[in-house]
Write a protein that binds this ligand. Structure first.
Ligand code: GLN
Length: 194
């Protein structure tokens, strides 16, 4: 099993380390043809406007969307979650999201006072409750969801981790906290056991 990490921007190297810690094979994906032959894909955080423009420039947006719609499992964090969203609250003109995940998201939703913060979270990974420190950095907020989106974790009543089919998406950064439970859960999704 090989997991591709989008290598355009963000915590690419930290995701790689987590995959290694979880005993999973990885590769960096920077071009559309590198999406061939991968079993799962990680969309890191960063700046969603930049990542979105780069995906378009490298003609990766359409291919990536097709692959995900065809069932490529995805783990998305922060800006990656923004990119997957069906709708963006205020700011749809700045970014063209892939429109795959049935959520409406508000970018930079926690304001200046709370640009980045850490909170203990309880997340539900396939029936197992895991504790994780949620690291939020200029985080977006999921303000609506529909169509069979499962909420796996919340903070202040908003979903911070969701699952829809083979997609898991977070508004926090699992690569910045201890442990590999999220990555192991992703492995189970790829294997089809959850
Ligand atoms: N605020 C960023 C955006 O909307 C996301 C920040 C992050 O990925 N840590 O693109």
């Amino acid at each position: 099993m090989k997991i591709g990490i989008l290598g355009i921007q963000g915590d690419v190297d930290l995701h790689r380390k987590k995959l290694e810690e979880a005993g999973l094979d990885w590769c960096i994906v920077k071009k559309a043809h590198e999406l061939e032959g991968i079993d799962g894909f990680i969309l890191p955080g960063g700046e969603s406007t930049t990542i979105s423009k780069m995906l378009e420039r490298y003609n990766m947006d359409k291919v990536l969307k097709e692959k995900i719609v065809d069932g490529l499992p995805v783990l998305a964090t922060c800006a990656g979650t923004v990119l997957l969203a069906s709708r963006i609250e205020d700011g749809e003109e700045e970014i063209s999201p892939l429109g795959i995940l049935s959520i409406k998201i508000k970018r930079n939703a926690y304001g200046r006072q709370r640009e980045s913060f850490e909170v203990p979270l309880k997340i539900n990974l396939g029936g197992r409750e895991e504790k994780i420190v949620g690291v939020f950095i200029r985080a977006p907020k999921i303000v609506e969801f529909w169509n069979g989106v499962d909420v796996l974790g919340t903070f202040e009543e908003s979903p911070v981790m969701v699952k829809q089919g083979k997609i898991i998406a977070m508004t926090f950064h699992p690569e910045l906290s201890d442990g590999v439970a999220v990555y192991k859960f992703f492995e189970e999704i790829i294997k089809g056991s959850v």
